[in-house]
Design a protein. Structure first.
Length: 203
């Protein structure tokens, strides 16, 4: 500290100190400039790939579920058709058995196998005779027949043959095979029932 000439003795002047911080006029601190960080292109690429992989996995999963549902529905429909075909095959066997039994009860005493000649045949549930095979069954009011109703996918073939073996001798026995076939799921399906019918009722 030193005194300036001409100043009052109680006043003194101090040189500015380097440790003092000057504030900008107005009392606000200077703004700092912010430099934006560049986008990590490599990281962004991995994120897109991960999203695509996730979408692919979800898509495959959904397609798998839809395929299983479709196959389940198709198998349920096939099982329903097979149940109907089994009923139609058993009905065909009953038709032949009913014709044989009717011959037994006929007072004119026809042969027990009258109208049951070897060959391929078809018949309705209420028929008393067989017709040549070839037509598809129709359904009317829940009953399957060949005359009226809506067409169905089912065909029923009744095959009568004379095996002429020790288990089925020619005079008192013949073989009956009922085959019900239909097209479904791009395939031909079949239900077959086979049985020997005997002349066990001796008049």
């Amino acid at each position: 500290m030193f005194r300036l000439k001409g100043l009052a003795p109680h006043l003194s002047w101090h040189p500015p100190s380097n440790n003092l911080k000057t504030k900008p006029q107005g009392g606000f601190a200077p703004k700092k400039s912010i430099t934006p960080r560049p986008l990590d292109e490599k990281g962004a690429g991995f994120t897109i790939i991960e999203v695509l992989i996730a979408v692919a996995v979800i898509t495959v999963g959904i397609m798998g579920i839809l395929t299983i549902i479709h196959q389940t529905i198709a198998q349920m429909a096939l099982s329903s058709s097979r149940l109907v075909a089994t009923y139609l095959a058993q009905e065909g066997m009953e038709i032949v058995r009913n014709i044989r039994d009717t011959n037994w009860l006929d007072p004119t005493n026809p042969p027990w196998n009258d109208g049951l000649n070897p060959g391929d045949w078809e018949a309705d549930y209420n028929d008393s005779s067989l017709s040549s095979y070839g037509a598809s069954l129709k359904i009317n009011g829940g009953f399957y027949n060949y005359d009226t109703g809506d067409p169905t996918r089912f065909k029923r073939k009744i095959t009568i043959s004379d095996p002429n073996n020790p288990e089925c001798p020619l005079a008192d026995c013949f073989s009956v095979k009922v085959e019900v076939s239909w097209q479904q799921l791009a395939r031909t399906h079949q239900v077959i029932v086979e049985e020997y019918l005997y002349n066990w009722y001796q008049q």
